[in-house]
Design a protein around this ligand. Structure first.
Ligand SMILES: O=c1ccn([C@@H]2O[C@H](COP(=O)(O)O)[C@@H](O)[C@H]2O)c(=O)[nH]1
Length: 278
């Protein structure tokens, strides 16, 4: 099954558009992990097992593991998700992008080393930098379009000219990225876009440009994005099309022994909140 097939199946099977982000920060772990040399793996595994029934996808953020020298924990965690929760796709949030010869290795890192079903990618270097990811037709390529952070407008809103000499068109760069991905880069039907929950107007604009292309939408929870506005502005006509991602609000819902139950509760409530507006 391809990433896109698995995602659509999971939207339906779990009746959920919730993506659970896995951003381990040992300083925030409950006390029971204090002396555990495998705390990163054990904490994330417990979160995965507690929230899986509410999740359409999991999104481990690679820097949170690499900064701790915990790449093995990341590999084990993804293997655990595949073995224990088959059918839930894993999106490796790595935001990769480089010249083609290096991008090959980034694609191999995500898909062969870590066995992720999809990876986030930064399109700044252009088509050839995305090609090694796009060529993996069974895997997803989730391309940054309008990111959730305050500085997103610094570059992504700059006006660019497109549309040709006959019909010149000025529009923000993120809209050009959206159209380029949907029209030119999605030959295998394996592309999705990152559009932040903190930008409801831009979500609406990008949805109008790209039809049914799935969106990974980070920025609800800790970053304060409005769930109702996200769903109303960005869902597709069939009430899907979204992976609404929350990391810290789920992972660190409680610092006590009930951390896994608290995480499950936040994920379940987020699913319910999203489903009210689908
Ligand atoms: O535009 C973007 C792209 C990626 N992210 C990542 O998503 C999570 C958000 O974490 P929260 O705790 O839910 O705020 C994190 O891994 C970011 O690196 C994003 O926030 N915005």
């Amino acid at each position: 099954m391809t990433f896109m097939q698995a995602l659509k199946q999971r939207w339906s099977d779990a009746d959920s558009l919730v993506c659970v982000g896995l951003d381990p920060e040992p300083a925030k772990f409950p006390a029971q992990f204090a002396d555990d040399p495998e705390a990163v793996f054990h904490f994330c595994r417990d979160i995965v097992d507690a929230t899986a029934e509410h999740a359409c996808a999991f999104k481990p953020q690679i820097a949170h593991f690499a900064a701790l020298g915990a790449e093995d924990a990341l590999a084990r965690l993804i293997a655990h998700i595949h073995a224990t929760h088959p059918g839930i796709p894993v999106i490796l949030d790595a935001k990769r992008g480089d010249i083609g010869s290096t991008a090959q290795h980034y694609a191999s890192e995500a898909f062969d080393r870590y066995r992720a079903d999809a990876v986030t990618a930064n399109p700044y270097l252009g088509r050839d930098s995305m090609q090694p990811f796009l060529d993996r037709a069974d895997r997803g390529v989730v391309i940054l379009c309008r990111t959730s952070n305050p500085g997103a407008s610094d570059l992504q809103d700059l006006l660019v000219t497109g549309g040709g000499i006959e019909r010149p068109l000025e529009r923000p760069l993120y809209q050009h990225v959206a159209e380029t991905v949907a029209r030119d880069w999605n030959g295998h039907g394996n592309c999705a876009l990152v559009v932040g929950a903190t930008w409801p107007e831009q979500l609406r604009e990008v949805r109008a440009i790209v039809g049914d292309l799935p969106f990974l939408v980070p920025g609800v929870g800790a970053q304060g994005g409005d769930v109702e506005a996200v769903v109303k502005n960005a869902k597709t006509n069939d009430g899907t099309g979204l992976m609404v991602s929350s990391s810290r609000a789920v992972l660190y819902a409680s610092a006590g022994g009930d951390f896994a139950e608290a995480a499950a509760d936040v994920a379940r409530k987020l699913r319910g909140q999203i489903n009210r507006y689908r």
